[in-house]
Ligand binder design. Structure first.
Ligand SMILES: Nc1nc2c(c(=O)[nH]1)N[C@H]1C(S)=C(S)[C@@H](COP(=O)(O)O)O[C@H]1N2
Ligand SMILES: [Mo]
Length: 202
């Protein structure tokens, strides 16, 4: 048997099973933003939960920072085809955000709303049960501004555009309403394992 010099070009079997279809592994942390990084001041930062247009709970940074913290370690997948393994995140789980406010989800869908006017839709079922958090730290340090600091939504089982940076709140909606990228051809759900990149992907 001869080897053909491909050693090191293919991912190891272990890495290959961790890569969703069409993805490659990167060791960088690319920045993808629709515009400039907004200036978000902790002194005036608020996190608001809305039922439709009606605010039902608002927190300052000081209030938010007192909520119990959770950590998550694993892989993230961007629709532009990079995946990054073994990332570490810390923040407040959506379960704790709601529980501490005494809120039971009034509808089945959420629009995550951001300070740069970005938004993205996620079913409520994908935000609970420890699947998502409002992340404030990445790999042991405060989340950098270009990656969404001071706080971003983090939903690692969906493509990374669902993890809204510079989050300012969650809006419960009765229907599954398209957000910024979903209105521009991207998939309403965005499961990397089913390769749901674009609107008409099954
Ligand atoms: N508020 C906001 N959130 C956002 C975006 C954005 O432009 N604004 N871009 C999305 C996209 S398309 C991706 S792939 C990820 C990129 O996150 P990163 O810059 O930390 O890699 O953030 C998502 N969240
Ligand atoms: Mo993206």
């Amino acid at each position: 048997m001869t080897t053909r010099g491909f050693v090191g070009k293919r991912p190891s079997t272990d890495d290959a099973t961790r890569l969703p279809p069409g993805q490659y592994q990167t060791h960088d942390f690319p920045v993808l933003s629709k515009g400039a990084t907004p200036i978000v001041d902790l002194a005036t930062w608020t996190f608001t939960v809305n039922n439709g247009v009606r605010p039902i709970k608002q927190r300052s940074w000081a209030e938010f920072d007192m909520l119990p913290k959770t950590t998550w370690r694993g892989d993230i997948h961007c629709v532009t085809k990079w995946s990054k393994f073994d990332t570490m995140w810390e923040g407040v789980s959506i379960d704790d955000v709601l529980r501490s406010a005494g809120i039971a989800a009034p509808t089945a869908y959420v629009l995550a709303k951001s300070y740069d006017e970005y938004d993205t839709n996620i079913p409520m079922a994908d935000l609970v049960g420890g699947q998502a958090m409002i992340a404030t730290r990445f790999n042991g340090a405060p989340l950098a501004a270009e990656h969404g600091g001071p706080a971003r939504l983090f939903v690692p089982h969906l493509y990374f555009w669902k993890s809204a940076k510079w989050i300012r709140g969650l809006r419960f909606t009765t229907r599954d309403e398209a957000g910024f990228w979903e209105l521009r051809g991207y998939h309403m759900y965005g499961d990397p394992w089913r390769e749901q990149r674009y609107t008409n992907d099954l």
